[in-house]
Design a binder for this molecule. Structure first.
Ligand code: GLN
Length: 574
């Protein structure tokens, strides 16, 4: 087997420097030169996976085709490349220790002392090997956390061992650091970078490339200073400026020839760089012809990262039409029958995203009712599909107690049930349906027209299913259609109101498969329908702006702002 080459990405100084975007951008450039890449995230924390972590703490849980609940960086990896990611592409200290401890209990270590070195480091290396297949030219492994953290030590040691094994031409170390600007002194500071590199070197790793986050770039002198103090080649000190869109980062890296540096260090041959489609996409993003306003009525709207893929998918949907998608993030809990119209009437489309727990459900139902009654395009995702069906049953079909067993286990009309109750299968009780499932679409439906095919596959992450045996007849009699279902087990995947301009709910999460160069069809269709409404209503952007300006401040939607997190996390929200 041909051994792939490795790129290891570590971070220093502070967290949130965008290691995920840096890794994705390098991978993107290598793909643009015809190489086959994969990306992997190794997280030092002790949770087995992010599946049970709060969206307020950790942001979105990204889901792969094979049903792994992973770190949201895997979402970036997929959006920036064509890498096919699986369970093996994300691991945590927790998952590594779990494996080792299970082996220890089985007696696999034959009485030996089980230690961090060699056992934990060995298991980390096995994890890296898992994604190192013969179909891959370069494996990019990102180490979560910051160098110097106690829990990241075994990971740093493991990648040092890999270097020992594959040699200096077999791998490249990229270290992402910060070059802050101290306003009072009017100076950029290189000391944090120097210290961070010193820390890394003390652990046996000399970085080959430094990606230095900086507000607006730095001079040649600063570059030379960093190069000399950190013993890195001058051209390998990369200035990663703040940019208006993350999709700009590969272009910035290309300008500084990061791909050439990597290829040179790895002695890899590759074709010329074809960044044309990507830079055309970034150009389109920057030059929208008009805009469309979408309200997202959800539960975790104050924390930007909790709907990461959704936010990107909406942007991609806009890209497809060359529209700027202006998203209003509205806390569902703050919506009532009285306030609803005032909060929502400036929007061209309404979306209710996924979520867990009862908080905010009634507000979502009010928003959906508003969309249905006022012919506003509606897109419900997972929880947003469930609330859409419940709203329809309550307000159209005359079933006032319609509910999901998740929100009221004792409800008289339980329209969504756990698999166990629905199918009478014990072992599936409580577990999630997670990962890719096939779905068959009904000819002529909104979904089938959007996808332009009748067979699709989308990713799931949910527990409750539509109680088809009891409620299919009544909803279809009143005009709702089931337009998507799993071919074999007939789970309901999509519901629509055909007499509405665009009204669709899906049980899966289409946002996980959207990419800037391949916008997800349902998002494209939803944004298109919303724009259609905007045009028909004939309001120019200027008119709408003026109307919005005149509105009372009390009805303004809250904006995503990481610093403004409401401690609304409850046990039911996962
Ligand atoms: N809470 C719902 C369920 O478990 C919806 C989940 C989701 O939106 N991802 O079925």
């Amino acid at each position: 087997m041909v051994q792939p080459k490795y790129i290891f990405i570590t971070g220093g100084v502070v967290s949130s420097l965008g290691k995920g975007i840096a890794s994705s951008s390098i991978a993107n450039l290598l793909e643009c030169r015809g190489l086959r890449v994969t990306l992997q995230k190794l997280d030092p924390y002790l949770n087995i996976d992010p599946g049970t972590m709060s969206p307020f703490q950790h942001g979105e849980v990204f889901v792969t085709d094979d049903g792994a609940e992973t770190d949201l960086d895997l979402g970036h990896y997929e959006r920036f490349t064509h890498a096919v990611l699986t369970r093996a592409n994300n691991a945590t200290s927790g998952s590594i220790y779990e494996r080792i401890l299970a082996k220890e209990r089985r007696g696999d270590y034959l009485g030996k002392t089980v230690q961090v070195i060699p056992h934990v480091t060995g298991a980390i290396r096995e994890q890296i090997e898992k994604v190192s297949t013969e179909h891959i030219d370069v494996v990019l492994t990102e180490i979560g956390g910051t160098v110097g953290d106690i829990e990241s030590l075994p990971f740093i040691e493991a990648i040092r061992q890999v270097r020992q094994q594959v040699g200096r031409r077999g791998c490249v170390f990229v270290h992402v650091t910060l070059v802050p600007f101290i306003a009072a002194a009017g100076e950029l500071k290189t000391k944090p970078t120097q210290h961070s590199v010193k820390e890394l070197r003390a652990l046996g790793i000399q970085p080959d490339i430094l990606v230095c986050r900086t507000e607006s770039g730095f001079s040649r002198e600063i570059r030379e200073k960093i190069a000399s103090f950190c013993d890195v080649d001058r051209d390998a000190v990369i200035a990663a400026r703040d940019v208006d869109t993350v999709y700009q980062v590969p272009l910035e890296f290309a300008e500084q020839r990061v791909d050439d540096i990597v290829l040179d260090r790895l002695r890899l041959k590759a074709g010329p760089r074809n960044l044309e489609p990507w830079s055309e996409m970034v150009h389109r993003l920057r030059t929208p012809q008009d805009k469309v306003k979408i309200a997202v009525v959800g539960k975790y709207v104050d924390y930007e990262d909790s709907y990461k893929s959704l936010k990107e998918a909406l942007l991609h949907g806009g890209l497809a039409h060359r529209l700027d998608v202006d998203v209003g993030w509205i806390e569902a809990e703050g919506i009532t029958g009285e306030t609803c119209a005032g909060q929502l009437d400036r929007y061209d489309g309404i979306l209710v995203p996924g979520g867990f727990g009862i908080r905010g459900i009634e507000g979502m139902i009010e928003a959906i009712r508003y969309a249905r009654e006022n012919n506003v395009p509606y897109f419900g995702i997972c929880l947003g599909m469930q609330t859409m069906v419940i709203e329809f049953l309550r307000n159209v079909c005359g079933v006032p107690d319609a509910n999901s067993a998740e929100f009221d286990p004792e409800a008289t009309d339980r329209v969504f049930l756990k698999l166990r109750e629905l199918k009478g299968v014990e072992d599936l009780g409580g577990t999630m349906r997670v990962g890719a499932w096939p779905c068959r679409l009904e000819e002529g439906s909104f979904a089938q027209r959007a996808y332009a095919t009748d067979r699709i596959s989308e990713r799931h992450r949910h527990r409750y299913e539509f109680n088809r045996p009891e409620y299919e007849e009544i909803i279809t009699r009143h005009g709702m259609r089931i337009t998507g279902e799993t071919p074999e087990v007939d789970y309901v995947e999509i519901c629509e109101l055909p007499d509405h301009p665009w009204f669709l709910g899906c049980q899966f999460h289409p946002e996980f498969k959207s990419k800037p160069l391949e916008p997800q069809p349902l998002f494209t269709a939803f944004v298109g329908a919303s724009y259609e409404r905007r045009r028909r209503h004939g309001k120019s952007s200027a008119q709408q702006e003026a109307e919005q300006f005149l509105r009372l401040p009390g009805s303004r939607p809250r904006r995503a702002n990481a610093l403004n997190v409401v401690p609304a996390w409850t046990e039911e929200d996962s």
